[in-house]
Write a protein that binds this ligand. Structure first.
Ligand code: ADP
Ligand code: ASP
Ligand code: MG
Length: 406
């Protein structure tokens, strides 16, 4: 008998029929004798619908009230799933994040889990019930409802699995595992049987939304056996593992991409010490995260400076940069939010040269201009015009022969 935490995403609980399918899956595991804790997301589209309602009132609603609103989506699903299980004769009990309780810090809309009081869950399991917990939410020390950022139910599930020392955490979604790239963009993408935490972390942070990045961080830190599977079809899915890569490790495990960034450039700033700080300091002060940064070689005692931020922060960053431009006597500020970042990820890259050059050659053959590059030991990212994103990803998938198993 094992303790299994299962998480079902929005599409998996998108209708009453789907919820009944989920209940059948849960019952199957229960009949095998396992204890089951289920984490559910809001029904598909619900979080977006609630967000749009809030934004009709105020484009920047107060974080606390937004969390009160957004957390209702998951509350609906826990109730419906429990009712369905009970209707099928299975004892089940629902818990919101505050009821569990999942204690977070007070950063509304992107709170971090600090502690989970798992006694209530263990007691409910001991009573022979299926425990159903609302994903994506918790509460701070003062009892305020918080949410964990988009895709946060994955993190709820992994954090619960860690707190309960579960034997496995299963993330059920609408694809049957982690692929070499998003199968909706490259139909030839190949499902991976396993991927290392390190690579999954890189894929998630570079845009592969199949798992929220924090969930992978948690799983790596607490060694939670994590698996991504389909709630629609049978199959073993993808195991996220801490195993060392084998000798035949593929150079590239996958391609991640995102359209979430905007690029800002300040031209003709004085090329002297302290300028980078003067440009980026005010932006960091506003809690805006900066991703890629490029500073050109100086000419005529001036230089140009380009960096990227999340698209949601584009306008705020632009305003700050324009103010800095005035105080530094810069020539011009430009920005573009129609960019995309494409990244090759693979631990096998560490020991191989030449990957960057194949990447650049492939993009050049498609006439895709690269405007920024950043590299680490296990990834290479480039920024391109958003309209070339899909073409670029497909060309790279093909060039590195990712559709073939290695
Ligand atoms: P859920 O609602 O179940 O949490 P998400 O939409 O958050 O599901 O995540 C699943 C989606 O992630 C898939 O439908 C797929 O389009 C996307 N995705 C992006 N990159 C990958 C990848 N490398 N492998 C699998 N799916 C991916
Ligand atoms: N419902 C939330 C979202 O759409 C959390 C989740 O699905 O994981 O982002
Ligand atoms: Mg998700």
């Amino acid at each position: 008998m094992a303790l299994i935490v299962q998480k079902y995403g929005g599409t998996s609980v998108g209708s009453i029929e789907r919820i009944q399918e989920v209940a059948n899956k849960i019952i199957k595991y229960r009949q095998e004798g396992h204890d089951i804790v289920v984490v559910v997301s809001a029904m598909s589209g619900e979080t977006n619908r609630l967000l749009a309602l809030a934004k009709e009132i105020n484009p920047h609603p107060r974080g606390r009230e937004l969390d009160v609103l957004l957390s209702t989506g998951e509350q609906v699903t826990i109730a419906l799933l429990c009712m369905t299980l009970q209707q099928m004769g299975i004892p089940a009990q629902s818990y919101t994040g505050s009821q569990v309780k999942i204690l977070t810090d007070d950063t509304h809309n992107k709170a971090r889990i600090m502690q989970i009081d798992h006694e209530k869950i263990q007691q409910t399991l001991a009573e022979g019930r299926v425990v159903v917990v609302a994903g994506f939410q918790g509460c701070d020390e003062n009892g305020n409802i918080t949410t964990l950022g988009r895709g946060g139910s994955d993190t709820t599930a992994v954090a619960l699995a860690a707190a309960l020392k579960a034997d496995e955490c299963q993330i059920y979604t609408d694809v049957d595992g982690v692929y070499t790239t998003d199968p909706r963009v490259v139909p030839e993408a190949r499902r991976l049987d396993r991927i290392t935490f390190e690579e999954m972390l890189e894929m998630a942070s570079l845009g592969a939304k199949v798992l929220q990045i924090r969930s992978v961080e948690f799983a790596g830190k607490y060694n939670v056996p994590l698996r991504v599977l389909s709630s629609f079809t049978e199959g073993g899915g993808t195991l996220i593992t801490s195993e060392e890569p084998s000798m035949e490790q593929a150079l590239i495990s996958g391609i991640a991409f995102n359209r979430d960034e905007a690029k800002l450039t300040i031209l003709g700033v004085p090329d002297q010490p302290g300028v980078a700080h003067k440009i980026l300091g005010p932006i960091a002060k506003q809690n805006i995260e900066i991703d890629m940064i490029i500073q050109n070689t100086g000419r005529d005692a001036t230089t140009d400076f380009t960096f990227t931020v999340h698209r949601n922060d584009h306008q705020t960053a632009l305003k700050l940069l324009e103010e800095t431009a005035v105080s530094l006597g810069a020539r011009e500020v430009t920005s573009n939010d129609r960019i995309a970042k494409i990244s090759l990820v693979g631990v096998g890259m560490r020991s191989h040269a030449g990957i960057a050059s194949t990447m650049f050659e492939t993009l050049a053959q498609e006439n895709i201009n690269i405007s920024m590059i950043s590299t680490s030991e296990i990834k290479i990212s480039v920024v391109v015009d958003e309209k070339y994103l899909e073409l670029g990803v497909r060309a790279l998938h093909n060039a590195f022969q990712l559709e073939q198993s290695n």
